[in-house]
Design a protein around this ligand. Structure first.
Ligand code: HEC
Length: 139
């Protein structure tokens, strides 16, 4: 947010030039901060991407999370269905690479929706990401 025009018009002469220069400096640094981590919002914690032994279970660990956090949009007729139908193992397996990426980066559940859906915890994110890292077994 930069209010260069509005503030600039209120001052005059040299004063205005100084205000504009300092505001430009502020805006450049603010933009730099905003762009420092383009793919991960600040509240999105770093989680492991390794496959643990034993791998998480699809039916016991992953499927309940998909059911509670994703299927309300990613089922036939839902707003997320055209990109991924997550109602079956086959659907999740097919979209596994995108599912892993979206969950790792906290891009899903889609917070642009109104009202925003519940978010996954870090542990829940790690379960899904780790399961895909294990090549998404139907276990
Ligand atoms: C509030 C509805 C909603 C929820 C809940 C939701 N999604 Fe989405 N999802 C969308 C919409 C809409 C799109 C397509 C537009 C976009 O990419 O933002 C999408 C896109 C995707 C894509 C495709 C992204 C791409 O660009 O390839 C994947 C994969 C995905 N979602 C996975 C998930 C997973 C996994 C969950 C649960 C952890 C989830 N979504 C929860 C609405 C939702």
């Amino acid at each position: 947010m930069c209010f260069l025009t509005r503030l600039g018009n209120r001052t005059g002469g040299r004063g205005r030039a100084i205000v504009i220069v300092s505001l430009v400096g502020y805006c450049v640094s603010a933009a730099a901060v905003a762009c420092s981590s383009p793919s991960a919002p600040e509240s999105c914690s770093i989680i492991s991407q390794n496959c643990p032994a034993p791998p998480p279970s699809f039916s016991k660990d992953v499927q309940p999370l998909i059911q509670n956090y994703c299927v309300m949009c990613h089922s036939p007729g839902g707003i997320g269905e055209p990109t991924a139908d997550l109602t079956s193992y086959a659907g999740v397996y097919k979209a596994r690479a995108e599912v892993q990426q979206q969950v790792y980066q906290c891009l899903m559940p889609n917070q642009d929706a109104s009202p925003p859906p519940p978010k996954l915890t870090s542990d829940q994110r790690e379960t899904i990401v780790a399961w895909v890292a294990c090549d998404a077994p139907n276990n």
